[in-house]
Design a protein around this ligand. Structure first.
Ligand code: FAD
Ligand code: SIN
Length: 541
């Protein structure tokens, strides 16, 4: 095992990780190591379509108050209004920053920025780029900057596999696996920043790419950090009803924002039966409306009718959606896009402040892997990218003002024991991970998905326990796929246990056996018992 020291280690190269790296490099002279398990530009961020919220001073219809009100309402009692205000107030500045980094948001002919509408927003306040390629535009601008920054050192195709936590519960670094060289390395650091994104791959139907296996949340949980609100998963109403490489292409909510309507395959509108805002009701409401229509009427999908949007507008606003639909033989100018819900975003994650501080010293989290209480029980569309950039900036500022002290702590008993587990080869037999993964993802979709109940959740827990027995690889794994499966098992357990604990329905969490919200709204927390056995801390492992 190779050992190195770096003042800052950022895990993940989505918008949260890239933005943190850039901001840190502007605020300090210290070296930054950015680790990413795939290509630099592969992330959930890259696929973001609808856009990013900006409460802009020139938008006279909008205000911080209105954005906070919409965010809090969507959050169904669990959004922290103070956090929402803090992030909303910083949104205009963050947009200006992104523009200065080279992001070109779409503009009208008079050069005013275009603002679109998505579900549960009171006014048009969403900026977009490249029509429906906002994530790709931002990710490209930020990654180009990171690649040309001498202070930022990049480890590509390198997977974080465990966090180093000392006997006093301080995070001191991370063990990583270089997939190209097949080598492990221990990085000691004064600040480990998790920016590993979401966990959509835990479900068999998801808009998230294959990298979204919840690794960072799983690592933080293993390390003893507090994890919040894992029962709150957002299922997007409209994923294209085809699967490719384990994921479903998203048909952005902004398509409905521009006028498209949902219909049953026999061409009946239904969304207004479920909510006064109809097709633009909060995401969880539209998702359940589609789920119930499909289940009660036996449809495999519903239809998004885009024919009401003028062809020219479709071409300019949704070039990417048009292209992908064409590849599947669908002409969106005629309407008729087959869509169904899919797991999209996790509101829960590593509990943090708006500066990215977790419950462990030395460990920080930002972006979808974190839970700042901004999204509450249900995230408002396009608030995620905003949270990524605002919190990344706050975190960089906080860290730049903090003393950095790195100590090579392999002498700490607990850290030494953990490292030694990654130095030995102790494998039983090669498992068929793809089959285990399919069983897990299908079980999660069926039993811990859009509509849950006690029986189903308990059955999911049973399947999970069987899979855990079969897999039984808590530390060093044979290959990256096994590490991802280890993460998926942990995330599934966190979701199921949190969903069992919450005996009510709220936001993204719906229990058919407790269909109403209980009067008291509260967050849920889970953490692993981090106590180790005094005298021989290796007993912990
Ligand atoms: P990600 O962008 O997911 O990046 C995570 C990074 O961590 C990746 O580089 C990954 O390779 C790396 N990583 C993961 N595990 C490890 C590990 N163990 N070791 C090393 N590296 C690791 N939100 C909006 O606000 N507006 C939108 O329009 C929008 N549209 C969306 C459309 C789609 C199809 C999807 C899937 C999501 C969308 N979202 C949108 C949500 C939003 O894109 C994400 O929440 C956000 O981009 C998350 O950014 P992130 O930087 O936290 O994580
Ligand atoms: C979308 O474009 O529908 C996704 C937006 C989001 O998830 O915020």
């Amino acid at each position: 095992m190779k050992f190195i020291q770096k003042p800052y280690v950022i895990i993940g190269s989505g918008i949260a990780g890239l933005y943190t790296a850039i901001k840190l490099s502007e605020k300090t002279d210290k070296e930054i190591l950015l680790i990413t398990k795939s290509d630099l530009r592969e992330s959930n961020s890259r696929y973001a379509q609808g856009g990013i919220v900006g409460v802009l001073p020139e938008n006279t219809e909008d205000s911080v108050e209105l954005h906070v009100r919409d965010t809090v309402k969507a959050g169904a009692g669990l959004t922290d209004a103070g956090v929402a205000r803090f992030i909303s107030e910083k949104s205009a500045g963050s947009i200006m920053d992104l523009i200065s980094y080279g992001v070109e948001f779409d503009k009208h002919a008079d050069q005013k920025v275009e603002l679109t509408l998505e579900g549960a927003h009171s006014v048009n306040r969403i900026l977009h780029a490249g029509g429906d390629a906002t994530g790709r535009s931002i990710e490209l601008a930020l990654s180009n900057r990171v690649e040309n920054n001498p202070k930022i050192h990049i480890y590509r195709k390198t997977q974080a596999v465990d966090l180093l936590v000392d006997s006093e519960n301080n995070c001191k670094g991370v063990i990583v696996f270089n997939k190209t060289r097949g080598e492990y390395e221990t990085v000691f650091s004064s600040a480990v920043i998790i920016a590993t994104g979401g966990a959509g791959q835990v479900y068999s139907r998801t808009t998230n790419p294959q990298i979204a296996t919840g690794d960072g949340i799983a690592l933080a949980y293993r390390a003893g950090a507090t994890i919040q609100n894992m029962e709150f998963v957002q299922f997007h109403p409209t994923a294209l009803d085809f699967e490719e490489k384990g994921s479903r292409f998203l048909i952005s909510e902004s398509v409905r924002g521009e006028g498209a309507v949902l219909k049953t395959p026999d061409r009946k509108q239904f969304a207004f039966k479920y909510h006064e805002k109809g097709d633009l009701a909060p995401r969880d409401v539209v998702t359940r409306a589609i789920f119930f229509e499909m289940r009660e009427q036996g449809f495999d999908n519903v239809i998004l009718d885009t024919s009401v949007i003028p062809e020219e507008k479709l071409r300019i606003r949704f070039p990417n959606i048009m292209k992908v639909c064409e590849e599947h033989g669908i002409d969106i100018t005629k309407g008729n896009i087959p869509v169904s819900p899919a797991a999209h975003y996790i509101m829960g994650g590593i509990k943090t402040t708006v500066k990215g501080e977790t419950s462990l010293q030395g460990l920080y989290a930002v972006g979808e892997a974190s839970c700042t209480s901004f999204h509450g029980a249900n995230r408002l569309a396009s608030n995620s990218l905003l949270e990524c950039v605002v919190v990344a900036n706050e975190l960089a500022q906080f860290l730049s003002e903090k003393q950095t002290e790195i100590s090579a702590l392999s002498s700490d008993c607990q850290i030494g024991c953990l490292i030694s587990l990654y130095e030995k080869n102790k494998f039983e037999y090669k498992r068929d991970i793809q089959t285990l993964k399919n069983t897990l993802r299908e079980t999660m979709w069926e039993k811990a998905g859009i509509v849950r109940n006690k029986d189903g959740l308990n059955r999911a827990l049973q399947t999970l326990n069987d899979l855990k027995l079969d897999f039984n690889q808590p530390y060093k794994c044979r290959d990256p796929e096994e590490y991802e499966f280890r993460s998926l098992l942990i995330i599934s357990e966190l979701i199921i246990r949190s969903a069992l604990m919450r005996k009510e329905s709220r936001g993204g969490h719906f229990r058919s056996d407790f269909p109403k919200a209980s009067p008291e709204a509260d967050n849920s927390y889970i953490s692993r018992d981090s106590a180790f056995i005094a005298g021989n801390c290796c007993d912990r492992f």
